[in-house]
Design a binder for this molecule. Structure first.
Ligand code: SF4
Ligand code: SF4
Length: 407
């Protein structure tokens, strides 16, 4: 008996909501039928190859291990070096991470090891708070931002430059960004262009598929998104258009579960979560953010074998995990339910960075990007939050906790 997800009807799989599965007693983010599928020889060969499994990143043609590194939370250069020595070849950073120090750290390690031609470096520019000005000004800001990043990274080019945090089709289709990316490609300062998205991922992916100006999309993808049909359809569309898909936030919070549900959940099974995302064949690689050698070992073991172990199956199927999985899908459905127009998805992300990742710099940074008319300042007069989450996330609870931190 095998566990081949590729034999499983993915739409059927994704259509099972977590709550529904838990309520039905099936309690598996992987869907009750998943583990009953026979393994095809091809899938079996990939899952158990015992060598580093690689996939191709869409039309970039880059072949990369299915496990890469999100450097955002790392502050020790050694972990980057150890990641390379393990076999990781793609490193994801951004201009805003640690105020540029994250890029500098990546650049230092790559230079010291002499491995620039052996690694793929992703960086990102133009976070939402920087998006003001004319199309020409935005184009020039993008170019200037990348030039600064190249200095910090100590390299002549980056492999993939992304527009940071797109949440609408307008972000993707912005003429200044599109033109700027083309100029940077022509000047050979970047090899490929991309976007990242935390919020409104379906419209962003649809726009990327139609626009043609971007080669890569980095999306938040984890088993909290099971049942989000609109997203899976947009992922299919983007992949069919040749867009390379990279999964971030694959562990869907990790420590967050312990923080909220310590008694019920016990230890978080990181590899089970990572495997769930990689079982989706359109995802070329995932960028978990390991910060210790132990986490690196754990994450990179999945690059050799992403078939679920019996323990991982049990974990993913456990009722507590399904019920405890409370990750905000960043779908934006709640926006209309706040009478004051607060950017609730961004506040949920602030909460995630603080409570889950314990990355208070990133939490503060994200918090500070919100204009006051959309921020927590508007919530002060609400004793209870009346906004409605389409997926029953506890908006009120998180708003109240944010008030304790930021009031
Ligand atoms: S709080 Fe709920 S409705 Fe709002 S973005 Fe998150 S998952 Fe969607
Ligand atoms: S607390 Fe009030 S202002 Fe804040 S999100 Fe909820 S309903 Fe909107």
């Amino acid at each position: 008996m095998g566990n081949n997800i590729r034999n499983f009807n993915r739409r059927e799989f994704l259509s099972h909501s977590l709550t529904g599965l838990a309520g039905a007693g099936l309690a598996g983010v992987t869907g009750g039928k998943l583990f009953a599928q026979e393994m095809t020889p091809k899938a079996d060969a990939e899952m158990h190859r015992k060598e580093i499994i690689q996939r191709t990143l869409g039309r970039t043609g880059l072949k990369i291990p299915i496990v890469s590194m999100g450097v955002m939370n790392a502050s020790i250069p050694n972990i980057i070096q150890q990641s390379y020595e393990k076999g990781i070849r793609l490193f994801d950073t951004a201009a805003v991470y640690q105020n540029g120090r994250n890029e500098t750290m990546v650049g230092d390690v790559v230079k010291k090891m002499g491995i620039r031609d052996k690694v793929i470096i992703i960086t990102k520019e133009m976070t939402p708070e920087n998006r003001n000005g004319s199309e020409t000004e935005m184009r020039d800001k993008l170019i200037a931002g990348l030039e600064d990043s190249l200095k910090r990274l100590q390299t002549d080019y980056v492999d993939i430059l992304c527009i940071h945090s797109c949440s609408t089709a307008e972000d993707v289709n912005h003429p200044g960004f599109n033109e700027g990316m083309q100029i940077l490609k022509d000047r050979k300062l970047i090899r490929f262009s991309g976007v990242t998205s935390h919020q409104g991922q379906p419209p962003v992916l649809n726009a990327v598929a139609e626009n043609g100006a971007y080669d890569v999309a980095i999306i938040a993808f984890n088993f909290a998104l099971a049942g989000y049909e609109e997203l899976s359809t947009a992922m299919d569309k983007a992949a069919a258009a040749g867009v390379g898909l990279i999964a971030m936030k694959t562990q869907a919070g990790g420590e967050w579960w312990k923080y909220v549900h310590n008694e019920e959940l016990g230890e978080v099974n990181q590899t089970a979560s990572l495997k769930w995302a990689l079982n989706y064949q359109q995802i070329a690689t995932a960028i978990p953010g390991h910060v210790t050698p132990e986490q690196l070992d754990q994450n990179f073991s999945v690059a050799y074998d992403f078939a679920y172990t019996e323990d991982e199956k049990k974990y993913l199927q456990s009722k507590n995990v399904v019920l405890g999985m409370n990750f905000c899908r960043q779908c934006q459905s709640c926006l209309a339910s706040c009478p004051k127009g607060v950017d609730i998805p961004s506040l949920m992300r602030v909460h995630m960075y603080a409570a889950q990742y314990r990355n208070f710099d990133m939490a503060r940074y994200t918090y500070d990007t919100l204009p006051s008319q959309k921020s927590l300042a508007q919530c002060r007069d609400c004793a209870t939050c009346t906004a409605q989450c389409a997926f029953n996330r506890d908006i009120d609870g998180r708003i109240q906790e944010l008030k304790l931190i930021y009031a």
